[in-house]
Design a protein around this ligand. Structure first.
Ligand code: ALL
Length: 348
């Protein structure tokens, strides 16, 4: 993990960081405590301990934990997969571990199938980053009905769909709207008032896709930017490349681009390159995947947001096993984000 390690996340502890704009070391790690539904519902903050309860005696075997991710073509999930597997290897005497991902961002059926497989195979805990905030509620309800502890990370499930299904899961993830606002603010500060910008949205079926769009719009409003257009490229590099190429023909005066993830930012950068516009148009993204770090360091991209994907999955595993041991978690359990620019990017 570049920039910030799991040990730093664990050492500082989530609950001690639950203040807006807290500065850790030289870099700002930002939380929006006031907006957290967990705070509103007075759900106690879950402390990250890195300690896994020993449930082997209670169960008569090691508990089985499954991690369900989204596209493994995306470095964000490759890193999450690596981090979670490393943590499981360190704790192999305490739990068994498997992971599943989708082949691309639209391969939604793979998630449904993964949850059903884990139910059939008698898993005890499922940690899931849902690809669709509404449609994943039904398969998750099936898992809960089968007695499985389900931990929702990364993309919040839809509260209405959960209410309809009669379930209420805690959400372990970042403030996506605030993160996008931070990236958008960096763009606004660099370009100045009145600058022409476009937004590339994530998947509209995923809550974090919508949150990030709203966060970018907040930055547009606050920074007095001129939003020319906002469309989805479904989190995908290739779609983003095509959309950006279209935008460049349609709006020859674009000055800045806000992409809801780095996979799409990479597609944007390639489109700019093809048109000979590298360096002329500022680009911000979200994720801090390894592929964008050199681009941030050399100024091809202005900024991204680190959201600590591996740590989020490890957090989910710990909380799932603690639920299995009898603890209960509710509300929004906020995880950290950090603005990454040329000032603090770490290229390996
Ligand atoms: C989201 C993640 C990442 C990622 C996207 C693509 O849930 O938070 O930003 O790039 O999924 O699937």
């Amino acid at each position: 993990m570049v920039g910030i390690t799991r040990s730093r996340w664990l050492a500082t502890g989530l609950s001690t960081l639950m203040v807006a704009g807290l500065v850790v070391g030289s870099s700002a790690v930002t939380f929006a405590q006031d907006e957290s539904p967990a705070a509103a519902e007075e759900c106690p903050k879950a402390e990250v301990t890195g300690v896994i309860p020993d449930l082997t005696e209670q169960l008569g075997r090691k508990p089985k934990v499954g991690l369900v991710m989204k596209s493994l073509a995306n470095q964000f999930f490759q890193q999450m997969d690596d981090g979670a597997k490393a943590f499981a290897a360190e704790n192999e005497d305490l739990f068994e571990f498997q992971t599943v991902g989708m082949k691309d961002e639209r391969d939604f059926a793979a998630q449904v199938e993964a949850v059903e497989n884990y139910i059939t195979q008698g898993f005890d805990v499922i940690v899931i980053a849902p690809a669709d905030s509404k449609a994943m509620v039904e398969p998750i309800k099936k898992a809960l009905d089968a007695g499985i502890k389900v931990i929702n990370i990364d993309v919040a499930l839809d509260p209405g769909a959960m209410a309809d299904a009669g379930i209420d899961l805690a959400f372990f993830g970042p403030d996506n709207r605030l993160g996008a606002k931070m990236a958008g603010d960096a763009l606004a500060a660099s370009l100045g008032e009145g600058a022409n910008v476009v937004i590339l949205e994530g998947n509209p079926e995923a809550d974090n896709g919508n949150q990030r769009r709203m966060g970018f719009e907040d930055a547009v409003a606050e920074g007095g930017l001129n939003l020319l257009d906002s469309r989805t490229a479904n989190w995908e590099t290739e779609q983003a490349n095509q959309l950006m190429t279209t935008f460049l023909t349609q709006y020859p005066d674009i000055q800045g681009v806000m992409a809801a993830n780095d996979s799409m930012a990479l597609g944007v950068v390639a489109a700019l390159d093809a048109e000979g516009k590298t360096g002329e148009i500022e680009v911000v993204g979200f994720d801090n995947i390894p592929a964008v770090r050199p681009l941030i360091a050399d100024g091809t991209m202005l900024a991204t947001i680190e959201q600590f994907g591996s740590e989020m999955a490890v957090f989910g595993i710990e909380m799932g096993l603690r639920e299995l041991a009898g603890e209960e978690f509710c509300g929004w359990q906020l995880t950290p984000i950090e603005l990454i620019t040329a000032e603090n990017v770490v290229v390996e």
